[in-house]
Design a protein around this ligand. Sequence first.
Ligand code: CIZ
Ligand code: SF4
Length: 354
Amino acid sequence: SPSDPDLVERARAAKEKLGDKVFVLGHHYQRDEVIQFADVTGDSFKLARDAAARPEAEYIVFCGVHFMAESADILTSGDQKVVLPDLAAGCSMADMATAEQVAECWDVLTEAGVAEQVVPVSYMNSSADIKAFTGRHGGTICTSSNAQRALEWAFEQGEKVLFLPDQHLGRNTAVRDMGMSLEDCVLYNPHKPNGGLTAQQLRDAKMILWRGHCSVHGRFSLDSVNDVRERIPGVNVLVHPECKHEVVEAADYVGSTEYIIKALEAAPAGSKWAIGTELNLVRRLANRFAPEGKEIVFLDKTVCFCSTMNRIDLPHLVWTLESLAEGNLVNRIEVDRETERFAKLALERMLALP
Ligand code: CIZ
Ligand code: SF4
């Protein structure tokens, strides 16, 4: 159990024994029982950079999901070992775009005669293989904070963007933030021949959206928004751009995790907020801001954790820290050098965005 004093003490003791050799990263969506042992918290990109800023730490324990640990391995030095406390902590969205599917998509674009005009833009929430594909084809990575800047850059390099793997972030950024129309976007379905698109559709499109989504943010609906407005008069609806387009259109504010936190910090006492993002984070924010008189509720009526994020729990963290303290390197995440080279190229293009 989260408050099991024996487990809490064991985690504390193992961490103390490891000292500066270990640095524990906690993603915003992690459980409280894990977050209490994090040296820093943040979104996936901030955490990867925080890890790189700690070269003295031999072990980076990444409390998050697999693609995040890969990104940390790519951005840290070769001597640092990135460890994921449960290897089954994947991301269903990242899994929706495999290296084989994306290579096949590029063949489809080539046959339609458009590949030369296409610049890939891949969301941070993707495997190292997809980041490497992006780097090889002249594209960049983006986060939910800089997606618009990444797209603006990409449209300076070419006429079309292939956006991977989150259709919602791609569509919301193009339509809501950049004034494109829904007709400028087409959806590439990797499970259909030619992505389910004709060569003419590919030639006409500006945004080719990969058919991936986040199962957590995808759960919010227009009904969730209408219900909460009825339940809580005067509520401000604030959602993450991984939500469906209709939800984003109905919301009052849209932004990344860091944006959500800053908006709540700046909110006046007495204000009411319904937040459309992962539940561990929303609950922590609700508790943190309740003493300031800010009422914060989860946008949906039903609970909605990220099940893979939640795989990292206190028992897994204790096992990981005790293993490392005994000199056993467990659950290392290591990206091969060739993949790392091109994935890093794509990440560096993002870092160089204006
Ligand atoms: O939905 C996620 O997994 C997010 C927003 C992750 C991240 O930190 O970028
Ligand atoms: Fe993946 Fe969604 Fe979970 Fe984030 S919240 S790790 S995008 S499934």
